[in-house]
Design a protein around this ligand. Structure first.
Ligand SMILES: Nc1ncnc2c1ncn2[C@@H]1O[C@H](COP(=O)(O)OP(=O)(O)O)[C@@H](O)[C@H]1O
Ligand SMILES: Nc1ccn([C@H]2C[C@H](O)[C@@H](COP(=O)(O)OP(=O)(O)O)O2)c(=O)n1
Ligand SMILES: [Mg+2]
Length: 218
């Protein structure tokens, strides 16, 4: 599959490994290090959360799911809660200022320095707001590429009691994904930061494609 990625014009591992900093050792506390940020993109049900859990386990990243942060904000009865809930029910995107604030707070309050930011940025506006507020872009971007019918099947059989895992909302989320998230994916492809992963197969088969992206963190 690395060959496939290279053939598709994505950077191959060899080029990548010479370019990123190897994890440094020696007496620096994690918080003093420059954060290493991975954005994890893909449509609803493409398997982002599932693969993030494996990356956490294998490479010690901290997983920040934008959707989870927003759902926590709803259940904490914050002033934005009802706006967030309604937006999620409709399958639309929450205003970037809200989401970026939650991500920033989570990064700052965490001792770790390597992060997976899952389900973000979902729009060019998300991306630009993050860059303005945080000051830098991501180090690497994963994109789980999954056919729509597979995503629908997975979302409708995901049993987490989510208000947005129903056929009507999923249809809207897929539309939003195509119109708003694909431009972000194209942007990072152009930057040479995107790793496209074929998201069809067993969890293990998909993780095999993810492994080389993080090999220097072992
Ligand atoms: N490779 C896979 N094959 C089949 N089902 C999967 C696979 N990976 C994840 N799932 C299931 O599909 C659903 C959506 O996965 P999830 O990781 O929550 O995706 P996302 O975070 O992208 O929406 C979950 O119920 C999960 O258990
Ligand atoms: N950057 C983001 C991420 C999520 N949201 C909202 C809108 C999304 O449909 C919901 C759910 O996102 P989540 O990443 O948990 O969904 P999936 O794991 O892709 O199924 O949250 C958002 O508005 N902005
Ligand atoms: Mg998810």
């Amino acid at each position: 599959s690395l060959l496939d990625q290279a053939a598709n014009g994505f950077k191959n591992w060899k080029a990548f490994s010479t370019e990123i900093l190897k994890p440094a050792g020696g007496g620096i506390s994690p918080k003093e290090r420059t954060p290493y940020i991975t954005f994890v993109l893909g449509g609803p049900g493409s398997g982002k959360g599932t693969q993030c859990a494996r990356i956490v386990e294998t490479f010690g990243f901290t997983h920040l799911s934008a959707g989870d942060l927003l759902r926590k904000e709803i259940s904490s009865n914050s002033e934005n809660g009802s706006t967030i809930l309604n937006t999620i029910k409709e399958g639309k995107i929450v205003p970037s200022e809200v989401t970026v604030k939650l991500i920033k707070r989570a990064i700052e309050s965490c001792e770790n320095y390597k992060f997976l930011i899952d389900g973000f940025p979902r729009s060019e506006e998300n991306r630009k707001t993050y860059e303005r507020v945080i000051g830098t872009g991501p180090d690497v971007v994963l994109f789980f590429d999954c056919p729509e019918e597979e995503m629908v099947k997975r979302v409708l059989s995901r049993n987490e009691g989510r208000v947005d895992d129903n056929i009507d909302t999923v249809k809207e989320r897929l539309k939003v994904f195509t119109t708003l998230n694909l431009p972000v994916i194209n942007y990072y492809t152009g930057k040479g930061k995107l790793y496209k992963i074929n998201a069809v197969g067993t969890e293990e088969e998909i993780f095999e494609q993810v492994l080389p992206v993080f090999a220097s963190w072992r």
